[in-house]
Every structure is written in C-alpha cells, then in structure tokens.
Ligand binder design. Structure first.
Ligand SMILES: NC(=O)c1ccc[n+]([C@@H]2O[C@H](COP(=O)([O-])OP(=O)(O)OC[C@H]3O[C@@H](n4cnc5c(N)ncnc54)[C@H](OP(=O)(O)O)[C@@H]3O)[C@@H](O)[C@H]2O)c1
Length: 344
C-alpha cells in the first residue's frame, strides 16, 4: 500500500481515458507514494466510480478549483484542456506533468524521457511550494529515442528516417472501440461505422490522422522532428518521418534508419542496446523472430530488433533497426510517472 500521510497529494486528470486508466495501473504497480488522489475528468464522467489501490473513488468534474492542495497533477485530457487548466494549476503551486502536445515546444518547459535527458528536469522538486509545467514527449518520439539514444551517444546521429506503424490505442479509448466494432461489422459483411477516423480502419491502414501542416508533413511527423532536437539538445540533427495508423489494438512499431557521424558496427550497436535501461533485444535471424506490438503490449520496456548495417551507406556509418513499444505505457503513463518519481 503506498498511501502515506507525508507523501504528495495527486490528481489524475483525464482519469476515464486510455492514458488516465493506465496512470492508475502504473502508479499502483510502482507503489507510488501518495497522501491523497483526486480523480478528474469532464462533466460527462462526474459521479462515475473508478477503482485504485483497493479503494473506490468518485470521478469529479475538472474545474479551476480542482488543484487546491494538489502537489502533482498528471494530465491526459488533450491539448486544449491542458492549455486551459495546466498553467493555472502550476501558478497555484502544483507540478503538472502533461501528456498533450500543448507545452512540449514552449521555451523553458522541460520535455523529458527519464532514461534519455533527466538533466532537463533542472532541479524541479515537489515540496518547495513552487509549481511547474513538465511535458511528456509524443509517444512515437519516446519509443524511438529509447532505442536510438544509446547509439546516438556512441556515434552521433547525423540523420534519422522514421516510419511508424501506430496502434488504435494511440488515438484513445474511443478509437480502440471503433477498431473492435469495425472488425465485427466487416466480418459480418456490414459497412464499417466511422466515427473517430474518417475512413475504414479495420483491415486497412492509412496516413496518420493528425492534421497536415504547411510543409506537407502531418503534425505527428513534425513532432518526431522537433521533439528529437529539443530532447537531444541538438538543433543540427536531421530527422524525417512518415507516420501510419495500422489496425493494431495497442503498441506502436517503428522502422528507423540511421546515419552516423562516427562508425558504429552491428555488434557494438547490439552491445549498447543490451546495456540500455528500458530496452531489450528480440533479434533472432535464424527463426525470423523480431519485435511485435503484442510482445510489448502492457510491458514497460521497448523491444529492438532487425539490427543490421544499412547496405546503402558506405562502411559502418548506417544502421537499420525496428522498434516496438507500448505507447500508452512507456509512450505516455509510465514515462510521466517516472518523471513524477524524479520529483520526490
Ligand atoms: N493514447 C495514447 O497512447 C497517448 C500517448 C501519448 C499521449 N497521449 C495524449 O494524452 C491525451 C489523452 O489521450 P487518451 O488516449 O487517454 O484520450 P481518451 O481516451 O480520449 O481520454 C481523454 C480523457 O480526457 C477527458 N476529458 C475530455 N474533455 C475534458 C474536459 N472538458 N474536462 C476534463 N476532462 C476532459 C476525458 O474525460 P471524459 O471521459 O469525461 O470525456 C478522458 O478522461 C491526449 O492529449 C493524447 O494526445 C495519448
């Protein structure tokens, strides 16, 4: 039991959503110490009951007064709600760890993957009475950089080309329901119901549903580009991405092509990945066994495989890898809870 009087008071904001529910499971799994916890969501959910740590809690409507006496708030409500309530909570002394893209690129807001750039927390601590905004990176960025950063530290990435295969869960609880419903409908010979996505998702795949920006990339792709630069504190690194939504229920996969400034051979890369925290290797060429979304679903660690020299580049300056990670867990809730642990 992690209920302790001297521990911080928590609020889980967006508790009824896919990430919100995962917050509860991660907090409980990691025995996170807390003195009290508020369960917050929209007006629609007020009064619903949620179970946490062997107790039942009533969901309350998120309002401007919700953060009175709250030390740490874990937000997963989407950008507009975060923008409305996050800064107000921080002004009142709450440390906000936000899962949306609202503050990620704002100067002065830490964008943190604890295994990659813990130094970005810049001494933010609970118990000082000072609030703060901390941003959780995009799920595809977290999963990619968990695997690539150990290689980057060794050989310095010059250019990175990422192709993603993103699961329904990345678009929230309603998108997961839509995939199940459409699968049933298509198998029954009925036209699929499209509410969350504009086109058929079951037995199909399509370019990520994020809006297309002026340069032709969609917002999800540009997050990989910009967030990598901020997290690595490297404005020079070249990143390009193509993000695709695939009909997988949970956990993202990413194919990553790397060009390095310094040589890095396959075996050294394997050694570096073997030692990297939060990463494990599935790379059995003999049996053609490599990472899959199912391998990492509900798991904390990111799996890496298909580790091979890029034959299109001279010498040992290029590598291809394939990465899978549970984006609700390491890509969202777990990463945020790890950040929160660093605050204690
Ligand atoms: N899913 C992922 O893998 C993932 C990964 C990284 C980041 N994120 C980000 O995390 C955020 C949430 O994602 P999700 O997948 O958990 O979405 P979701 O399943 O749709 O859940 C959204 C949550 O926000 C709440 N909410 C909506 N409007 C609200 C309002 N006006 N006031 C208070 N609460 C409100 C919802 O409450 P009701 O149930 O009451 O509507 C629900 O609890 C998004 O910014 C998303 O981009 C998601």
């Amino acid at each position: 039991m992690s209920l302790q009087e001297s521990a911080p008071s928590l609020a889980v904001v967006g508790v009824t959503g896919a990430v919100g529910q995962e917050f509860l499971s991660v907090l409980s799994d990691r025995d996170f110490p807390y003195s009290s916890v508020k369960m917050l969501a929209s007006k629609r959910s007020a009064g619903k009951r949620v179970a946490f740590d062997g107790r039942e809690y009533t969901v309350e409507e998120l309002t401007a007064d919700s953060f009175e006496g709250v030390d740490i708030a874990l937000f997963s409500t989407g950008g507009s709600i975060s923008k409305e309530f996050g800064p107000r909570a921080a002004e009142r002394g709450t440390i906000v760890v936000d899962n949306s893209s609202a503050f990620r690129m704002v100067d002065g807001v830490s964008l943190v993957i604890p295994e990659v750039n813990p130094e970005a927390m810049k001494g933010i601590k609970v118990g000082t009475g000072k609030g703060a905004l901390i941003a959780n990176p995009n799920c595809s960025t977290i999963i990619c950089l968990m695997a690539v950063t150990p290689l980057h530290h060794h050989a310095k990435v010059k250019r990175m080309v990422v192709s993603t295969y993103q699961a329904a869960s990345g678009a929230g609880a309603a998108a997961m329901e839509e995939l199940v419903q459409q699968t049933r409908e298509v198998l029954a010979g009925k036209p699929p119901t499209c509410n969350i996505f504009s086109q058929q998702y079951a037995f199909n795949l399509f370019s990520h549903n994020a809006p297309i920006t002026e340069n032709g990339y969609n917002e999800e792709e540009m997050k990989l580009v910009k967030e990598t630069r901020k997290i690595w504190n490297d404005t020079e690194v070249k990143v390009t991405a193509t993000c695709i939504r695939v009909p997988v229920m949970r956990a993202h996969a990413e194919s990553v092509n790397l060009q390095f400034e310094n040589p890095l051979d396959e075996n050294t890369a394997r050694e570096l990945l073997r030692k990297a925290p939060g990463v494990y290797i599935i790379d059995d060429r003999a049996s053609n066994t490599f990472p899959t979304p199912l391998d990492v679903s509900n798991k904390d660690d990111v799996a890496v495989g298909r580790i091979r020299r890029d034959v299109s580049q001279d010498g040992n300056f290029g590598l291809d890898i394939f990465v899978c990670g549970d984006q609700i867990r390491k890509g969202a809730a777990l990463n945020a809870v790890q950040i929160t642990e660093m605050l204690l």
